[in-house]
Design a protein. Structure first.
Length: 167
């Protein structure tokens, strides 16, 4: 496996590949979090919230198989939210998490987003490290997410005028 064989593209969260990633995301968090993970108790990241124009959802594939995902929720006049970022264990260590994060940031900036926020759980040490190394700074809690222990924010560079990224 090489990182260059991985493709990242925008998908509807209802797409079968997106669904596979989201099920794997929930399954992994359920196994790693004390007391499990119930998406119904978490802050909403519903399909309609990660579908244009309200948001977007990216899926990474390797030889056509979904191996990672991440979504954005847009809020006019307020920071956008990064949601449901996940990378399959089989491809961890190839830089896909960083690549997905950079792609989500670029697409947010292209849509005029200046601030991106996220929250995460303390057991996801690799995610906390990724966000810190990518320039996110820890901020006071901005949500009542029951599974969060860390809240992060990043100011995005202004996007240059030009065509919007292709889906």
């Amino acid at each position: 496996m090489t990182a260059s064989a991985i493709e990242v593209g925008e998908r509807d969260p209802r797409d079968p590949g997106a669904r596979r990633c989201l099920r794997a995301y929930v399954g992994e968090l359920s196994g790693r979090f004390d007391g499990g993970f119930d998406p119904a108790r978490s802050i909403s990241a519903a399909d309609h919230e990660m579908t244009p124009p309200a948001g977007l959802f990216l899926v990474a594939t390797l030889h056509g198989e979904p191996v990672g995902c991440g979504g954005l929720k847009f809020h006019p006049g307020a920071p956008a939210e990064l949601k449901r970022m996940w990378v399959a264990p089989a491809v961890r260590g190839l830089g896909l998490g960083r690549r997905l994060l950079a792609e989500l940031e670029a697409r947010a900036a292209a849509r005029g987003v200046r601030t991106l926020r996220l929250e995460t759980n303390r057991v996801l040490g690799e995610a906390v490290s990724l966000y810190r190394s990518a320039g996110y700074r820890e901020v006071p809690a901005f949500s009542d997410e029951p599974y969060a222990h860390h809240w992060f924010e990043k100011t995005l560079p202004a996007s240059r005028p030009g065509p919007a990224p292709e889906p």
